[in-house]
Ligand binder design. Structure first.
Ligand SMILES: Nc1ncnc2c1ncn2[C@@H]1O[C@H](COP(=O)(O)OP(=O)(O)OP(=O)(O)O)[C@@H](O)[C@H]1O
Ligand SMILES: [Mg+2]
Length: 449
């Protein structure tokens, strides 16, 4: 602990200084408060022990200046008998304690020891709080990167409300996991959590799934069936790939959101339901709104609280953590990846995100006989798709802006090469199979220089 003494009385100052140094503290003593203050401005100090009556500046002013500089510096006032009121006043202004003159060396050492212990506790408390704040997982969702920390906070905040949540993220980024976490963290956690993927369901099948149907409602409806909204009553409904809902069914969904009621397919009875909506999509739904393929009013109703999941390549520091998590999941904790293998897996761009990483880990570990997995043991086709075309899946696209897409690919490839080559332009150009001058031209175009 670093201590500063401000005392104009020479013998007192020297006695205190020596006693504290003997007890193992780091001490600086000053006769003049002005000099002490300028010293404090430049040094890291934990405790200031100051006389109240001083030349030029009194102890109160010292206290005020110290607190302005750094709230965490403890200040002890020394006061002569008969001026205890002013010491009490000083404590009100933020002093830690006071010593009434005359005091013995033991009294001084005892007080300093108490402060030292208190400071230690305070520091431990701060670091504990910081550790608590930095979460590595949340409801089985793994990740310690900033976007994941922010995600955990957001899930906590929105779970306690009943607003419609709209999860956006590429394939395999963990949308379903987030939907689960929101439901099981919410007040509806004891109610049902019903899921439905709207992908590839035609209008009548989708409506029958969502709203249920009466017996004989259509050919093949031999029995009455409850729909997902009815089953989800008092709980949460998770509509995955919500962008795939046909326009004709969107009107019915909108009514349900607004009126909280619906009829089964082929039925007249109005059924009331109380459900919380969580939707997910891999596409930019606004693009569909612009093309009149998704109702704007429904878009706003569903997207009250958007939650964006970042692709894995934007949170690479989570990859080693995820690898360990998946090793545990398949009971392969006896296996470990060598640093160069981890490095390879961490620098890959993972177009299929966490799901692809998970499957890759399972595939790699299934083949391994020993305990160590080196870079060479990672199958090439696993992390470097032979055919880059497999990365693009246009089956769900409505329209493609080719120019924009080419630019995006070019930009990601350049970023990838720069990262991989540690910003060495010749190396990056080589990795991309182009000339360095061509790379520079492209980097200029994208403002990367
Ligand atoms: N942050 C994560 N921590 C641990 N596992 C994860 C994480 N994100 C995803 N996973 C795993 O990856 C797989 C895919 O996750 P999930 O189904 O939630 O993704 P998704 O975004 O819904 O994918 P899709 O778009 O293909 O439907 C799951 O097996 C899940 O366990
Ligand atoms: Mg999913």
């Amino acid at each position: 602990m670093k201590i500063v003494i401000i005392e104009d009385e020479k013998t007192k100052r020297i006695t205190m200084n020596d006693a504290l140094i003997k007890d193992g503290y780091n001490v600086e003593s000053f006769e003049e408060p002005v000099v002490a203050i300028s010293y404090l401005k430049e040094s890291e100090v934990d405790l200031v022990i100051t006389d109240i009556r001083l030349p030029q500046m009194d102890g109160f002013e010292v206290l005020q200046k110290v607190k302005e500089m750094n709230q965490n510096i403890a200040v002890v006032m020394m006061t002569a008998f008969g001026t205890i009121e002013s010491a009490v006043e000083a404590m009100k202004l933020g002093a830690y304690d006071y010593l009434t003159k005359p005091f013995s060396t033991d009294q001084l050492l005892l007080l300093v020891k108490k402060i030292s212990r208190f400071k230690k506790l305070e520091e431990e408390n701060v670091s504990l709080k910081e550790k608590l704040k930095e979460r590595y997982s949340f409801h089985n969702i793994i990740g310690k990167s900033k976007p994941m920390q922010d995600l955990y906070d957001l899930i906590e905040t929105i779970s306690s409300s009943d607003v419609a949540v709209f999860i956006e993220g590429n394939s395999g980024t963990g949308k379903e996991m987030v939907a689960n976490a929101i439901h099981y963290n919410s007040t509806r956690k004891d109610g049902p959590f019903i899921k439905l993927s709207c992908a590839l369901l035609n209008e009548s099948l989708l409506e029958s799934e969502l709203f249920g149907h009466e017996k004989g409602a259509f050919t093949g409806a031999i029995k009455f069936k409850k729909g997902r909204f009815e089953l989800a009553h008092s709980g949460t409904i998770f509509l995955d790939d919500v962008d795939d809902i046909p326009v004709s069914s969107q009107v019915k969904l909108l009514r349900l959101l607004q009126e909280k009621e619906f009829e089964r397919v082929g039925g007249n009875t109005t059924i009331k339901t109380d459900v919380r909506f969580i939707c997910a999509t891999k596409v930019d739904l606004w693009e569909k709104v612009k093309l009149n393929q998704f109702r704007e009013d429904l878009y706003y109703r569903l997207r009250v609280m958007p939650v964006k999941l970042p692709p894995l390549c934007e949170r690479r520091e989570d990859i080693p953590l995820l690898i360990n998590h998946f090793l545990k999941k398949v009971n392969k904790t006896n296996l470990h990846f060598t640093p160069d293998a981890i490095e390879l897996l961490t620098t890959y761009h993972w177009p299929g995100n966490v799901r692809q990483l998970e499957n890759s880990i399972y595939r790699i570990t299934a083949l391994i006989k020993g305990k160590e997995i080196t870079k060479e043991m990672i199958p090439n086709d696993l992390i470097l798709p032979k055919d880059e075309k497999t990365v693009f899946d246009f089956s769900k696209s409505n329209q493609i802006n080719l120019d924009k897409m080419i630019q995006e690919i070019e930009l990601s490839a350049i970023n990838w090469a720069c990262e991989k080559s540690n910003k060495n332009q010749s190396k990056a150009a080589e990795l991309l199979g182009i000339k360095r001058t061509t790379l520079r031209d492209k980097m200029k175009k994208y403002n990367l220089l």
